[in-house]
Design a protein around this ligand. Structure first.
Ligand code: IPE
Length: 246
């Protein structure tokens, strides 16, 4: 079982509000369709927001820790993410990938400690029935805080654990985790060895900077990869492009 995240910045034009990068999304959808045609194992897709969701969230002062109790604010963020989700689903359906939506706002919550609780019964049944569940970064009810943002990376980690994924892929705007000379680091087995290059001293890394991603992926049982869009097909084909984190 593979959990794949399509970074929001990969499939949207990050600098223009609510603008799709149609060409990039088509490429990603082509790679997923090719993998499905090739009889690849079960796949769960998660996508981020890019130019969808983030500006609505900051407009309303909502982050992964600061919430809102204003339903219109929550719905503005959720609505933007659902719009992007529709684009992703449509591109997959056009290629005969049996993609179906799962909206985290209606599926899970955070407890009082901020821990994400995401029941996955529906995702498991979808997989068993041959569907490709497509989740997305979203707002989510948060005990004591109203509704906060849940990032695609958090969803990936929760799904990988609950579904005992074999592999996790983060398709990103960079070809992997880069060292000081901007060369892709082939493999990361522990955080200390890359702490300097990732700027580990920045403790505020809650919104998915590279250090946070690496930490999250190191904590997973599953083998994880961070790679660029050009390598999505090879990742889904069973290879280890970009940086492997294990
Ligand atoms: C965005 O999800 C969620 C919202 C702002 C509602 P991500 O944080 O995973 O998006 P990207 O991939 O970093 O753009």
């Amino acid at each position: 079982m593979i959990v794949l995240k399509l970074g929001g910045s990969v499939i949207t034009e990050k600098d223009r509000p609510e603008t799709l990068d149609g060409e990039a999304l088509e490429r990603a959808a082509d790679a997923i369709a090719a993998a499905r045609d090739g009889g690849r194992e079960d796949l769960v897709v998660v996508h981020g927001g890019g130019s969808f969701g983030h500006h609505n969230a900051s407009e309303h002062g909502v982050s992964t820790t600061d919430g809102t109790r204003d339903a219109s604010a929550a719905l503005a963020i959720h609505g933007a993410m659902k719009t992007l989700n529709q684009f992703v689903l449509r591109r997959l359906l056009e290629r005969d990938v049996q993609a179906v939506p799962v909206h985290p706002f209606s599926a899970g919550h955070r407890d009082g400690e901020g821990e994400l609780d995401l029941p996955t019964g529906q995702v498991e049944t979808m997989l068993e029935e041959g569907f490709v569940p497509v989740l997305h970064g979203d707002v989510i009810a948060h005990a004591g805080a109203g509704a906060t943002v849940v990032s695609g990376d958090e969803l990936v980690a929760a799904l990988a654990r609950a579904l005992e994924a074999d592999r996790v892929g983060l398709c990103s705007t960079v070809p992997g985790v880069l060292d000081e000379a901007d060369a892709v680091i082939d493999r990361i087995d522990d955080f200390e060895s890359v702490a300097d290059v990732l700027g580990a001293s920045e403790a505020t890394d809650v919104t998915g900077g590279m250090a946070g991603k690496v930490r999250t992926l190191l904590a997973l049982e599953a083998e994880a990869s961070i790679f660029g869009l050009e390598s999505l097909e090879s990742f889904l084909g069973g290879e280890n492009p970009g940086t492997t984190i294990d």
